[in-house]
Design a protein around this ligand. Structure first.
Ligand code: COA
Ligand code: AMP
Length: 630
């Protein structure tokens, strides 16, 4: 089928289109229709169907005779180990874990926080929750205890499942003390914690709080799949917004199943039995959708990779994994390729491996610069496809439908709208702009199945963040343009979110931490361009009058504070003290002007600036940190 027809049909006849796709899913009770719009502008999909995610990801493949196919490969260059688990093994392990959770009181609708590194047990924990209809919330391992505590308070989990440790190159991440610290900080306390002991660091269990992953499964009855309503939340995943309070993106069960299944063949061009690898982390949405759920729902083999693109042990790791496990479609972030390219610009490692299995590479998570795409195309000799999506969407908003109608690649564009996404570019007044004209990127409601119906316990915030700006549209928070062929170009965020190494971070959240320092009167955090990570956060600090401490000591304190409160993943290493911040006459900090100075870009003096004489002071402060670069 041609892409244009397919997309047109998905918009003109959403019920017909998505009910057809829903046939690929096993239902306990089939839905009567796809779209429920009686509560618009809040929409729901497949609401009156009953379904179970774990059944569709594991049991049905076993029932269909694929039990001996490998479901999950754990490849861990960090621990020098490899392991394979078949669909049958996964089904039995997950049923046993779910049985043990149920025996401790976890049931449909209860929240379970999962704090795990890249081990297959992380997927097992997610799927065990899905089996029971419990709602998981996975927290990325690079966050500090405080961020975990914020999520515990918001999600109010009955149980937390954690590993004893994670492993970063050259250091052990002590998960258990982080977990205990978070529980101490949180006002909500879980009933119990399940600890998966890793041999690299065995944790001391706390009596009355912790149970051992293996021991608590002893003698329990394995759990069957519990069918849930189509709109039952499959999970909540917290993501950065404008403030330090993360947004709990809710993922609805049935739409998630239907949409993810559609993507595996139509976008990623894999068939059941093919090996698919997303080199991300289960803590991010890419990990949820494309390490755990989608490949298993579609009957693929998925890879859980515990390593880095470089240094574990070298810049050939990606190619080794692809070649050894016969990966057909590979998904990573542009940052990862930039890291590999920097170490191995000529691709000498590429030549060491037989990559004939690899058919397509997909990039997402941040803007893919044309240089990186061209380098990858040249080295790998396969199409390199940029595609664009968000935690909120859960699956690609724009992509190149490689499995149904591959379209020409235009460098710098993540290609075209996927089914159900009616992408529009709007001006500040909400009016559509013409081709090639910059504006806010919005999606005409309803969003397709699988996308967020609301924020966890925060419907008001959901409406305010996404629906109120342009009535009848979902505001993506991204700005860009669309060309005459319908290809979108994503250029920047319209809010205070920055993208560091493919990780979404809130500058507002960092400012809240800096402002809590006793010597800091005022502050601003901006994202400056970085060759490797895309952007890096940089903080300006104005000190309280009468502060006698050395400003560089205060800057160092602040760097430590962000690492302790938000976590190493914030990559906050640049801070400088200034006398004043540039502001408009109404007191708004001119962050975009500071970004332009830091990036060495031309800018127009803002007409509303209160005191232009501050800008040279900002330039001087940036110069002391080596900005602009080069
Ligand atoms: N647990 C604990 N700490 C973690 C972590 C985790 N799961 N992941 C990252 N960190 C730490 C890192 O060790 C680093 O700590 P440091 O400041 O002590 O060096 C810090 O968080 C920043 O991490 P990162 O920004 O990822 O930088 P890096 O130098 O470790 O690695 C790259 C650089 C480019 C190799 C790496 O960022 C990468 O592979 N990026 C791809 C991103 C990706 O897959 N994103 C998912 C979206 S698709
Ligand atoms: P996250 O919710 O962490 O997946 O981050 C989503 C944000 O990352 C988007 O809103 C964009 O700002 C950015 N992003 C993701 N993919 C792309 C892409 N292909 N091109 C440009 N920006 C992207």
């Amino acid at each position: 089928m041609r892409y244009a027809d397919l997309h047109q049909r998905s918009i003109a006849d959403p019920n017909g289109f998505w009910m057809e796709q829903a046939q690929a899913i096993d239902w306990a009770r089939a839905p009567s229709k796809a779209l429920f719009d009686d509560n618009a502008p809040l929409y729901e999909w497949f609401k009156d169907g009953m379904v179970n995610t774990c059944w569709n990801a594991l049991d049905r493949h076993v029932a269909a005779g694929r039990g001996n196919q490998v479901a999950v490969i754990h490849d861990s260059p960090i621990t020098h180990s490899k392991r394979e688990l078949t669909y049958l093994e996964m089904r039995d392990r997950v049923a046993s874990l779910a049985g043990a959770l149920r025996a401790k009181g976890v049931q449909k609708g209860d929240r379970v926080i999962i704090y795990m590194p890249m081990v297959p047990e992380a997927l097992e924990a997610m799927l065990a929750c899905a089996r029971l209809g419990a709602i998981h919330s996975v927290v990325f391992g690079g966050f500090a205890a405080n961020e975990l505590a914020v999520r515990i308070n918001d999600a109010q989990p009955k149980c937390i499942i954690a590993a004893s440790c994670g492993l970063e190159p050259g250091r052990v991440i002590h998960y258990k003390p982080l977990l205990d610290g978070a529980i101490e900080l949180a006002t909500h306390k879980p009933d119990f914690c399940v600890i998966f002991q890793r041999e690299q660091e065995v944790a001391r269990l706390t009596d009355g709080q912790d149970v051992d992953w293996h021991a608590f499964q002893y003698g329990v009855e394995p759990a069957d799949c519990v069918p849930v309503e189509g709109d039952h939340p499959a999970y909540v995943l917290y993501t950065s917004g404008t403030t330090g309070q993360p947004k709990g993106v809710v993922r609805p069960t049935a739409g998630h199943l239907v949409a993810l299944h559609w993507t595996m063949k139509n976008i990623y061009n894999v068939d059941p039995g093919d090996v698919f690898w997303a080199a991300s982390d289960v803590g991010w949405v890419v990990g949820h959708s494309y390490i755990c759920y989608a490949p298993l729902i579609a009957g693929n083999t998925t890879i859980v990779f515990e390593g880095k693109p470089i240094g574990t042990p070298d810049a050939g790791t990606f190619w080794r994994v692809i070649s050894e496990h016969k990966v057909k479609s590979f998904f990573t972030a542009p940052t990862a390729f930039r890291a590999v390219k920097r170490e191995d610009p000529k691709g000498e490692f590429v030549g060491k491996y037989d990559l004939s299995c690899l058919k397509t590479v997909y990039l997402a998570g941040e803007r893919a610069d044309p240089d990186t795409i061209e380098w990858a195309q040249e080295q790998l000799k396969v199409p390199v496809i940029d595609h664009w999506w968000q935690t909120e969407s859960g699956w690609p908003i724009a992509a190149n439908p490689m499995g149904v109608d591959p379209l020409p690649v235009k460098l710098g564009s993540p290609a075209v709208a996927m089914p159900g996404y009616d992408i529009r570019v709007l001006d500040d007044a909400g009016q559509p702009v013409g081709p090639d004209t910059l504006g806010a990127i919005a999606i005409k409601l309803p969003l397709p199945p699988g996308t967020l119906p609301t924020l966890w316990n925060a419907e008001g915030r959901f409406r305010k963040s996404y629906l109120d700006q342009f009535p009848g549209f979902y505001a993506t928070g991204d700005a860009g343009y669309m060309d005459a062929d319908g290809y979108v170009y994503i250029m920047a965020r319209t809010d205070d979110v920055i993208n560091v190494a493919g990780h979404r971070l809130s500058t507002g959240g960092m400012e809240e931490v800096l402002a809590s320092h006793p010597d800091v009167a005022e502050c601003a955090v901006i994202g400056v361009a970085d060759d490797l990570k895309g952007q890096l956060p940089l903080g300006f600090l104005c000190l309280n009058s009468g502060t006698t401490r050395d400003p560089s000591d205060i800057a160092k304190d602040c760097i430590r504070l962000v690492r302790d409160r938000i976590g190493p993943v914030a990559a906050f290493k640049l801070a400088v003290v200034v006398d004043r911040l540039p502001k408009t006459r109404s007191g708004k900090i001119l962050r975009a002007t500071m970004v332009a100075i830091a990036d060495g870009k031309e800018f127009k003096m803002p007409a509303t600036i209160d005191d232009p004489a501050i800008l040279p002071e900002i330039a001087q402060a940036l110069a002391s940190l080596g900005y602009p670069k080069g």
